[in-house]
Design a protein around this ligand. Structure first.
Ligand code: KIV
Length: 271
């Protein structure tokens, strides 16, 4: 008889409980089946199918070009690999800002076609109506404030946001609006650590930081950056846990050498 050990899945409800008991939440990006499988089996709590796939997977300069179809393709690959983690999918630029019906249509496609567990949208009060409409359909929504890469052409730069009092106040209010709407969590990107801590203390939903210091409820990084696969991106907030770029370059170099020397395949690798 085979004993199948049931895996306890991470839910939005559990993330809230983790915040209540002070247990930090771990989150990383994933865009494909193989990587998602490794991350899930390593015990990650949340996988984000980020629209950073536009940069990391497709080589675009910004997140703006990625389409809803692309996101659904990435998300459905990730979902197939995951047994435990909560999978959140970014709603890409241009598929929710127009009006709340469009937002709802996009999110329903993400949930139905990819099998996602939740969605993430960038912005505060300006997308309130869309957030409410999507939530009313039973789709869990995560917010994203601070540096919101879909607005890069408005900001003009990727530098730290909300350093001025007025923007900081507005950000705190936006976090409270998103909580009141019913969002289950918020990503805070690239803002001063003291402000992020203040936000985390002023709401009861989990705040996940990227470049937002240690005073929040969890951390997210782009997997390809923290594994050192991407070498051309090294902001201060990034801790690189491996140098897979070097590991892979060496491995491929050795393979090329072996092929050229007719050293691969050998007898035991042949039929
Ligand atoms: O798209 C993404 O990877 C993100 C993270 C940086 C939070 O939104």
């Amino acid at each position: 008889m085979s004993v199948h050990k049931a895996v306890k899945k991470v839910t939005t409800h559990q993330l809230r409980e983790m915040k209540s008991r002070g247990e930090k939440i771990s989150m990383l990006t994933a865009y494909d089946y193989s990587m998602a499988r490794i991350l899930d089996r390593a015990g990650i709590d949340v996988l984000l199918v980020g629209d950073s796939a536009s940069n990391v997977m497709a080589g675009n300069e910004t997140t703006l070009p990625i389409t809803l179809d692309h996101m659904i393709y990435h998300a459905s690959s990730v979902i197939k690999a995951v047994e435990r983690a909560l999978v959140i999918v970014d709603v890409p630029f241009g598929y929710y800002q127009g009006n709340s019906s469009e937002a709802l249509r996009s999110c329903i496609r993400i949930m139905k076609e990819a099998g996602a567990h939740a969605v993430k949208m960038e912005g505060g009060r300006e997308i309130r109506e869309s957030v409410l409409r999507v939530l009313s359909a039973g789709v869990p929504v995560m917010g994203h404030l601070g540096l919101t890469p879909q607005s890069i052409y408005k900001f003009g730069t990727y530098t730290v946001r909300a350093k001025e009092e007025e923007e900081a106040e507005r950000l705190i209010e936006d976090a409270q609006i998103l909580e009141e709407c019913g969002c289950f969590g918020i990503v805070l990107e690239k803002i001063p650590a003291h402000l992020a801590k203040k936000v985390a203390e002023s709401v009861s939903i989990p705040i996940i930081g990227i470049g937002a210091g240690p005073g929040v409820d969890g951390q997210v990084l782009v997997t390809h950056d923290m594994l050192g696969i991407t070498h051309d991106f090294s902001p201060r907030f990034l801790r690189q846990y491996a140098d897979l770029n070097q590991v892979m370059t060496d491995a491929v170099g050795n393979y090329i050498k072996d092929v050229k020397a007719n050293d691969f395949p050998n007898e035991s690798e042949s039929y």
